[in-house]
Ligand binder design. Structure first.
Ligand code: ZN
Length: 145
């Protein structure tokens, strides 16, 4: 485990080097000067997905959802709460499968909501069906060990 973590900025996607012992210090992006952790899920698209799923050192938890999906909408507050609780240990993001059909197809999303946990670009776990914030947190932390 290196002492420096690569953290893609949620606003401009610039890769920031953050000393591991400073990750909780509310750092800002070296390029755009905005905060690296907002405590809220970021919107992932084909344009920024790779930056966060593959180039960063933090695990990435993605909620694949759609606006027409009732269980997805009812899980949204729980996912927001999980982001507030789990950052900066990991990054949370949302993929609107209606708008990002390429990403949905790439990961074979058959039912929503589906959560996928990535680490360094690799899928390490997935779970379908709505969950509460505590269940999301337990599940993620269990997967990360
Ligand atoms: Zn930035």
């Amino acid at each position: 485990m290196s002492d420096t973590l690569l953290v893609p900025c949620p606003h401009c996607q610039a890769l920031n080097r953050v000393p591991a012992d400073k990750i909780h210090d509310n750092g800002t992006c070296g390029r755009c000067k905005q905060t690296l952790f907002t405590g809220a899920p970021l919107t992932l698209t084909a344009a920024n997905f790779a930056a966060h799923a593959e180039r960063g050192d933090l695990p990435l938890l993605v909620d694949f959802w759609a606006p027409w999906c009732g269980p997805c909408r009812s899980m949204a507050p729980a996912f927001n709460a999980a982001a507030a609780q789990l950052e900066p240990r990991l990054r949370l993001g949302k993929v609107n499968t209606e708008e990002e059909q390429g990403l949905a197809a790439r990961f074979g999303i058959r039912s929503i909501p589906t959560l996928i946990l990535f680490r360094q670009g690799r899928e390490i776990a997935r779970q379908s069906g709505a969950m509460g914030a505590d269940d999301i947190r337990r599940w993620v932390l269990g997967q990360l060990g």
